[in-house]
Design a protein around this ligand. Structure first.
Ligand code: HEM
Length: 443
């Protein structure tokens, strides 16, 4: 195996891994065999609906996971039901729209005051998304747009836990030495978790005290934390769920918006068409009702998720029972890694797969809802991303507002056609060089 330091892009990584016997990858659209429709489909999907909890996350609260839950156990079911109802349903998304707009307005105000200065786009979006989520969950801002240091600390902690979970770990290959935590990954994750808990600990304590004192709160004033406490979630269970939601719902979004902006900046003609479509709406701020009408803009979002699928390999699945996929026998407990990146770049499905071409989605019904197996950036089946509806709406409103309101340029007059688009390998497919831009308000 070549030196991993030399692996600069995910493309190189997948070519390397094709040779490896450690992992099972699907390279073709026959990934449909994993989540096929019909009665056979539902049992196949069930067989592959487990996950393996990496040793780095094997803490004493192992039964509290949602994203990493080993199987569809009772706790995961109640997390999923509550999240569906309170966070991801159409009704919940509608109820959150004022809050989302307020947080977006704060971000745009902040940008108005940075006229001419260089802005690291990932930090700005991260802070806005964290505050949106922390208000939905706890009715409180966790970060301040002007305080880079705390934002950096939170982002670093979340990424570190994610990174530890996929770092090759001797304890995963030889569970017998697991207790020794030879690489210190479990200890490190626990330290970060403790630090991240400090953001919510006091609020949870205060809210529990409110319940003990039987303070009455009107139903419409209750937030997600109130619902969790009503459903008897313990502080540790709340901690883990919140951590998982922050991990799943921020880096994915930040990275997708960053890639979309980089592609639009690099492809001037495409940007011009998007700006035309958005300005034809004839209003200054983007309304929810506008979003579905923006055919070309939405094709750009799909094309970003195809060319740069932010979760390049689905969070690994585990066969809860032995089963057969494409004539291969998958033994019980085997890990199944679905290579979304390779599927989305398969030249037998996508013409000119390495080029950003939103036009390919015009007049096409292909969508990312988990039914078109050549395009599954949100996964598929029963472990598919439940954050898709709210996530896509946020992506659309944030990106559209940045396009309508501002002209973007690179610092020091750099040429956008030469923008470095190198991908950095990780759990999420980040841009190796974070995008830095100068924003000027459009009149
Ligand atoms: C661009 C945005 C996003 C992308 C591309 C994305 C992608 C994914 C993918 C690929 C998976 C694994 C699916 C599978 O195994 O089949 C996943 C799982 C998950 N995502 Fe997302 N996600 C996004 C945004 C969000 C948001 C905003 C949230 C919530 C705040 C969220 C919450 C989750 C959760 C809870 C899971 C675990 C589901 C389970 O195991 O049952 N995601 N996501």
């Amino acid at each position: 195996m070549e030196d991993f330091d030399n692996i600069r892009s995910f493309n190189t990584f997948t070519s390397q891994m094709r040779k490896s016997l450690y992992f099972l990858f699907w390279y073709s659209t026959s990934c449909g065999s994993l989540f096929p429709r019909g009665s056979e489909g539902s049992s196949q999907d069930r067989h592959l609906s487990g996950r393996s909890i990496p040793d780095a996350l094997q803490q004493s609260f192992i039964d509290y996971y949602f994203v990493w839950a080993r199987d569809c156990n009772e706790h995961r079911k109640s997390c999923r039901t509550l999240c569906r109802l309170e966070l991801f349903s159409a009704k919940a998304i509608e109820a959150q729209s004022n809050l989302r707009n307020t947080k977006l307005a704060h971000m745009l105000d902040f940008l108005n005051n940075t006229q001419g200065k260089v802005v690291k786009i990932e930090e700005l979006i991260f802070t806005t998304l964290i505050n949106t989520l922390s208000n939905i969950l706890f009715s409180k801002d966790f970060l301040d747009l002007k305080d880079d240091e705390t934002a950096h600390r939170l982002k670093f902690g979340l990424l570190k836990i994610l990174e530890n979970s996929v770092t090759p770990n001797v304890s995963d290959f030889f569970p017998i030495v697991g207790g020794l935590d030879l690489q210190g990954l479990r200890k490190d994750s626990l330290n970060h978790l403790d630090e991240l808990s400090s953001f919510s600990e006091a609020i949870v304590k205060e809210r529990r005290a409110r319940i003990t004192k039987k303070v009455v709160v009107a139903d419409h004033e209750k937030d997600f934390l109130d619902r969790l406490l009503e459903n008897n979630f313990t502080p540790a269970q709340i901690n883990i769920l919140v951590l998982e939601l922050f991990i799943a719902g921020t880096d994915t979004m930040v990275t997708t918006i960053e890639w979309a902006m980089a592609e639009l900046l690099k492809n001037k003609e495409i940007m011009r068409k998007v700006q035309k479509e958005l300005t034809e709406l004839n209003h200054n701020s983007i309304m929810n009702s506008d979003l579905s009408k923006l055919t070309y803009f939405n094709a750009c979002i799909k094309e970003t998720l195809r060319l740069h699928p932010v979760v390049p390999v689905l969070i690994p699945r585990r066969a809860i029972e032995a089963c057969e996929v494409m004539n291969y026998t998958i033994p019980q407990n085997a890990q199944v890694w679905v290579n979304v990146w390779a599927i989305c770049h398969d030249p037998s499905v996508w013409e000119d797969p390495n080029t950003f071409k939103p036009e390919r989605f015009l007049g096409s019904n292909i969508d990312f809802t988990g039914h078109d197996y050549e395009f599954i950036p949100f996964g598929g089946g029963r472990r598919m991303c439940p954050g898709l509806p709210s996530g896509v709406k946020s992506l659309q409103t944030m990106l559209a507002s940045l396009i309508v309101g501002y002209d973007w340029s690179l610092p020091n007059g750099e040429d956008p056609t030469k923008l470095d688009m190198t991908e950095k390998f990780g759990v999420t497919l980040q841009k190796e060089k974070p995008l830095e831009l100068v924003f000027r308000r459009r009149e």
